[in-house]
Design a protein around this ligand. Structure first.
Ligand SMILES: N[C@@H](CCC(=O)N[C@@H](CS)C(=O)NCC(=O)O)C(=O)O
Length: 222
């Protein structure tokens, strides 16, 4: 399989999922400003939608949309990152994936555009805070979004929370705590892998590359 990704973008979620299930894949880096793949290929010729992530299967078939790609990856190792297809637990997972995609992920966009008026940015932040409040209330009851086990929804949440950086969004204590925990887990699991480069310009990059003290705490040689 091939994953088309851009560092720190939402493609980080399927990147994490691929590492979690341990299937071999090639990561192809896309420059979203130039719309070029690292080898110079015009990215629109790969994905006419122009955005990442895109997963190319060994058959050559191409899948887009993060929530769908995540489920495809999870279903390569059933029972690992997603409950069985057709079960009510699977619908609960899909409910979270849709929530993160539409109520969280896409609400971040206007915060990154320099032309967005300040009043709109403030309104977006308030909306995001209410969404994170819902996440925090869930994480107060259970360690992961759907219960006791890490799933693709947690990988997706981790990725979008990673963008909140210095934007001044109220994540809620539980959400921030869970992301810290997943960051440490990610450190253990993905050390030295291509995903480190994917994460490098955001918060996890700090954990992966910069925070030697945390690396010692986690038992990873600095
Ligand atoms: N609906 C898509 C949205 C993906 C998306 O927003 N990707 C962003 C990075 S997080 C992107 O590639 N933006 C560049 C563009 O839209 O041209 C999905 O859920 O996968």
């Amino acid at each position: 399989m091939k994953l088309y990704f851009s560092p720190g973008a939402c493609s980080l979620a399927p990147h994490i999922a691929l590492h979690e299930i341990g299937v071999p894949f090639d990561g192809l880096r896309v420059d979203l400003k130039a719309h070029k793949v690292a080898d110079g290929t015009d990215y629109y010729s790969v994905n006419p939608k122009g955005y990442v992530p895109l997963l190319e299967l060994d058959t050559g078939e191409r899948l887009t949309e993060a929530a769908v790609i995540l489920q495809y990856i999870a279903d390569r190792k059933p029972g690992t990152l997603a409950p069985a297809f057709g079960s009510i637990e699977r619908y609960r997972l899909m409910e979270w994936l849709n929530f993160i995609a539409t109520e969280v992920h896409k609400q971040f966009g206007p915060l990154f555009y320099p032309t967005t008026p300040d009043a709109t940015k403030e309104a977006q932040k308030t909306k995001l805070a209410t969404r994170f409040d819902h996440v925090s209330k869930t994480l107060a009851k259970q360690p992961y979004l759907t219960g006791d086990a890490f799933t693709i929804a947690d990988a997706y949440l981790f990725t979008v929370v990673n963008w909140s950086g210095n934007l001044g969004i109220d994540l809620g204590r539980r959400t921030a705590g869970a992301v810290q925990r997943d960051r440490r887990a990610a450190l253990r699991r993905i050390e030295g892998e291509t995903i480190a480069a994917d994460a490098s310009h955001r918060g996890i990059g700090h954990a992966l590359h910069g925070d030697r003290r945390q690396r010692r705490i986690d038992g990873i040689a600095a």
